[in-house]
Design a protein around this ligand. Sequence first.
Ligand SMILES: Cc1ncc(COP(=O)(O)O)c(C=O)c1O
Length: 396
Amino acid sequence: MTKEEFTFETRLLHNQHKMDPVTGAVSVPIQHASTFHQFDVDQFGKYDYARSLNPTREALEDVIAELEGGVKGFAFSSGMAAISTAFLLLSAGDHVVITEDVYGGTFRMVTEVLSRFGVEHTFVDMTELEQVKQAIRPNTKAFYVETPSNPLLKVTDIRAISNLAKEIGALTFVDNTFLTPALQRPLELGADVVLHSATKFLSGHSDVVAGLAVVNNEELAKRLGFLQNSFGAILGVQDAWLVLRGLKTLSVRLEHSQKAALKIADFLQSHPLIENVYYPGLTDHPHYQLQHVQAQGAGAVLSFELKSEAALREFVSGVKIPVFAVSLGAVESILSYPAKMSHAAMPQVEREKRGIKNSLLRLSVGLENPDDLIKDFSRSLDQLGRNELVLQQGES
Ligand SMILES: Cc1ncc(COP(=O)(O)O)c(C=O)c1O
């Protein structure tokens, strides 16, 4: 059986870095050296200075490129470093069409930093192809997609956007943080650059901040490699090793968490105190079909709305199991409040325009037994119901 025949799960373990060729070690060695001795004045070896290339970081870059089906991978000190460096592929006077409910940090980068350097942007609902077409200008050089989007889990047709981009000679960037290559491989659908906050599912244990990018051709590989070295926001070797270790269990973690997410989404949807549930694994999600055509599942993140911000506050205070925190994609379930966390960088008017209400919570499902989570949520909601009843009786 050749390596090319291995399924994704097997390739997570049996890839080109399954063992160290020198010692046979089954874990990639952590090479701390910042500089490398050169044995010849005229001809330097493959490694000279660790910002440019380091064997531990390189192993992670090779593995992510292989898993995403790309030509070359790049590891950065955070997801935002990966995203910001990829944006440096653009120049002053260029225009980017970007998904409207994009991650708050990306919103901040585009609106408050790139704009100062003359890179223009238009936010659109990328699920509406007509809106995307109308946003195109003569200087449009990139489309920026996040799918499923954060926090409303809207699904964008990656193939359709990539085709549109190709027609006008623009690039397609896809933030694949929510699904990872275990469930969605944007380069196979025509995208040019895949971006990750590897802080999330790829590493999976809430113990590292990291970013990755993968490109689909040699020319982009050269350009992004040049920018990675020039800007210098590279990933440190300990952190690269942590991501490599986390990757080995990616499939089993996601399989459990995805199944649990569906069970929890079903529970929340049937609960009278929950106004809306956003999860593309629910058959009545408006993009259910598209999600299951372009990806192998709906992932392990869902969002839901309570009746009011006050109800949200009571619900959160009654919940015991998930950590209430920024971030997602970890072994422990994480309950987040987008308005004050992931999307705090977005002004309230902008959030409201995008439907990100102050009564919205996002849940990243971890490895707990989903029945325990459901019991925990159910108790908190019961308490909320009792409190509301007391309040109503007091008023009447
Ligand atoms: C979808 C998405 N993209 C990018 C980022 C930024 O990644 P990092 O926090 O690793 O810089 C995040 C962080 O939450 C995210 O959720």
